[in-house]
Design a protein around this ligand. Structure first.
Ligand code: FAD
Length: 470
């Protein structure tokens, strides 16, 4: 009988388990947390309280893995926001113009995404979920991983054996230490830490703005010598809004109520502060810290057969670029593709680990190279030509603010529908070298592209805070 074990039942783990259930007789998911019944927050997913954008590439990958997922999200109230028409964006180089385009992001709460995915995987006949059970080590040796040591809620211990062990335990994975304990060389780990902090809060949208309201992105500007500050505002399901304020080392947002609105006014434009000042807060301000880019080079090690790392366990991308959930889905797709030709035979995990590393190369370069240019950054990597890449990136953004072809490519790459090489086509390079050729939009012109924002302010709506009690 063939068995697979997945450590961590978050997005990466659930998707991997589902894929494996078609090829293994039995799949066991070891999850330290307990799942809520519905789309609620849970302890094992602290980032669930911050804004999460599911980029088009990731949404399409999810639909390949679990057909109908995006339709289910939409039915539950998720908004599909077209980058060119439904998103007010102030990039590092100016405001973007609206135009007809196909790139999009799905906006809804992170608990809803996990709930919709979970509810499609939980009932799978040959998947067993061990909730409240922590993985605490691996069994096997330097040639072959054979299972996972677990500790249950009652402190009892045990081993869950498998032909393949997938580590999907997220950012705080301990697998590299466990492997080192089995005699393997230390896994090379790269990090780029700009000291990024998020401060998030949910709001009840005023009734007149609950439908058809745009998302707003104020991007942090690298390379100025000052800390980066930004904001991401998105409509959610159930007439809710979420805002995450963003700041890098030396310019982090307060992670409590005091100073939250002042920071929101100080991110380069006050539009997000103005919008949320019309709404009733539903939650306290919640902080998320320690949001560095980090990748573990498992694919460069003689990792024992039968071990594979997916999702944040192998690469964490700064949330500023909203790509982590998509990478979790791409990892599961890579596993599915290899399983179709290779089955669970020896050698599978190495092939998949290589595929995952390749898929992550572009998003890693984009995130890490940008973050290198925030002051106070801590890193253990040097990127050859980083200054040139950063200045080229700035030129792309500046040109994109006036040129639809360039903006389309920027959106396709940033929503992970196209690889980064898309930016290197000759017509695009020529356009970028010519420059924008049009004056940048003023803040007023940019906002006027979205009459909903003007109407909200004109209505003079004031939130009733009498029962907010926060
Ligand atoms: C503030 C913030 C904002 C973000 N915004 C976005 C965004 O806009 N768009 C986007 O695409 N991504 C975003 N991300 C990234 C995204 O949240 C992650 O990439 C994604 O959750 C990774 O999924 P995962 O399954 O690998 O890890 P996780 O979601 O972290 O899941 C890991 C699971 O493993 C369990 N676990 C951990 N250790 C053990 C153990 N020892 N034993 C058993 N179980 C264990 C945990 O309980 C959890 O259920 C954001 C991240 C942060 C921090």
């Amino acid at each position: 009988m063939s068995e697979a074990v997945v450590i961590g039942g978050g997005l990466a783990g659930l998707l991997a388990a589902r894929v494996l259930s078609r090829h293994a007789d039995r799949v066991t998911v070891i999850e330290g947390d307990t799942y809520p019944d519905g789309p609620q927050q849970r302890k094992g997913l602290p980032q669930g309280r911050q804004n999460h954008m599911l980029m088009a590439g990731g949404a399409e990958a999810l639909d390949q893995l679990l057909p109908g997922t995006v339709a289910r999200l939409t039915a539950a109230g998720a908004h599909t926001l077209r980058m060119g028409q439904d998103m007010l964006t102030r990039s590092s180089e100016g405001w973007f113009r609206t135009f007809e385009d196909e790139s999009y992001t799905v906006a809804c709460s992170r608990p809803l995404i996990d709930h919709v995915v979970r509810s499609q995987v939980l009932g799978t006949a040959n998947i067993t979920f061990l909730e409240s059970t922590k993985a605490v080590g691996l069994t096997g040796d330097a040639n072959k991983v054979t299972g996972v040591c677990v500790e249950r809620a009652d402190r009892s211990e045990g081993v869950v054996s498998g032909d393949l062990v997938v580590d999907a335990s997220g950012n705080r994975s301990k697998a590299s230490e466990w492997l080192a304990g089995m005699g393997l060389p230390t896994v090379k780990e790269e990090f780029v830490d700009a000291g990024l902090t998020y401060a998030g809060r949910e709001f009840e949208a005023p009734a007149e703005a609950a439908k058809d309201f745009p998302g707003v992105l104020i991007q942090a500007v690298p390379g100025t010598g000052r800390p980066g500050k930004g904001a991401a505002f998105m409509p959610q399901e159930d007439g809710r809004w979420i805002v995450s304020l963003i700041g890098t080392q030396g310019g982090q947002p307060p992670t409590a109520e005091e100073g939250f609105m002042d920071f929101a006014r100080d991110v380069g434009d006050p539009v997000v502060a103005d919008i949320i000042s019309t709404a009733r807060p539903l939650t306290p301000v919640r902080g998320s810290r320690g949001l560095a880019n980090r990748r573990r080079h498992y694919h460069k090690l003689p990792v024992p057969d039968g071990f594979l790392a997916l999702g944040d366990a192998v690469m964490v991308l700064s949330p500023n670029y909203a790509t982590g959930m998509s990478m979790a889905a791409f990892g599961a797709l890579a596993l599915r593709t290899r399983l179709k030709t290779h089955g669970l035979e020896p050698g599978l995990s190495r092939k998949v680990q290589d595929d995952v590393a390749k898929a992550g190369e572009g998003p890693w370069t984009m995130a890490s190279t940008t973050d290198l240019f925030f002051p106070g950054v801590k890193t253990n990597i040097t990127v050859r030509g980083a200054a040139m890449q950063q200045s080229m990136g700035a030129r792309y953004s500046r040109t994109a603010a006036a040129n639809e072809d360039v903006l389309r490519a920027v959106y396709e790459v940033s929503t992970l529908r196209s690889p980064q090489s898309r930016m290197m086509s000759l017509p695009l390079l020529a356009a970028v070298l010519r420059g924008p050729g049009k004056p940048p939009l003023t803040p007023g012109q940019a906002k006027a592209q979205f009459p909903q924002i003007g109407e909200l302010f004109a209505s003079g709506v004031k939130p009733d805070l009498s029962d907010a009690g926060l």
